[in-house]
Design a protein around this ligand. Sequence first.
Ligand code: M6R
Length: 366
Amino acid sequence: SKGTYAHYMQKEIYEQPEIIEAALKDRLDVESGKIDFQGLGQHMDRIRTCSKISFIACGSSYYACLAMQELFETLTNVTVSIDIASSFLDKLSHISADVAYVFVSQSGETAECLTALQYCQKRGGFTIGIVNVVDSSIARLTHCGLYINAGVEIGVATTKAYTSQLVHLVLLALALGAGNDSTHDRRREITKGLQRLPEQMRRILTLDSSIKELCETKLMHKANMLVLGRGYQYATALEASLKIKEVAYIHCEAVLTGELKHGVLALVDDNFSVVMIATRDRSFERSLNGYEQLLSHGGDPIILCQEGETAFNISNGHCIEVLETVDCLQSVLNIIPLQLMSYWLGVLRNNSVDFPRHVAKSVTVE
Ligand code: M6R
């Protein structure tokens, strides 16, 4: 049931801190850094010796993989590729026995993922599932895997499954990198960051009413939006933009901040809504260039930045301040205000936020 919430999507957004807290309690021993994946634990050595990890997913699940690609590469020393399932099939991907094919899917039933899974298995590929729905097809058919345990997600627009996927991918990268002395400090930093996440997520949820107000005063009547992000936050921009399309029915494009000047800037005027994700990480200074370019062409961006940020000259309240965490975990926090933004835009525009038109929760046709 929805309990006191107006929609399942709202309830699922609010459930996130609890779900991440439970997942960490179950899986991570903060002191020793040990991660317990139960069944998958027996397969970790095999995955570690693979020449490549190939992630295959669709929609938001694909963006979750994209968000963590760099982390897998730095912690595991294994090459990582990421494919949208339909494109993996279109290009007749070569299957090799020493590659780990990881299927990430909330429902575990997405048609292209299932076809790609069968394609891999027919050619001798070693397959792993990262799935939410227990006993779903992908969970049953993969050689091994892990559940993200986000609970039943009813809203068609994924929220809690997305952040649970992010956190489980971080845990998997940490577990695969365990024992590597050169990344010890980095793993320790991430482990500590994970521990703080649930509380930080709770604090970010208190932005709810100010985001609603921003939607009412600035965004709800817009026909077009841009969400800008770079580095770890490009995936967040893609996920936010999909959410806004799906729930608000507003045309919203995700653009890599560095690409702005290569054409997209032509769209910008004082009527065009831009949300720029600019939390501090190693690409922050470069994001400032994009900010200057927007300003000099009449743009009036809403900035998603860290609490207390002074690099932006924001006098109009067009600022969403989030808490700071380790760079690779920042996407778990940053997506929350943007989930709320898509939710409120959908509500204010009288859309069916839980069951948006034309889309299904589990896409079982190719
Ligand atoms: O169940 P899956 O994770 O395999 O679903 C993949 C996509 O259909 C899904 O993430 C879709 O993009 C969401 N509705 C986005 O909110």
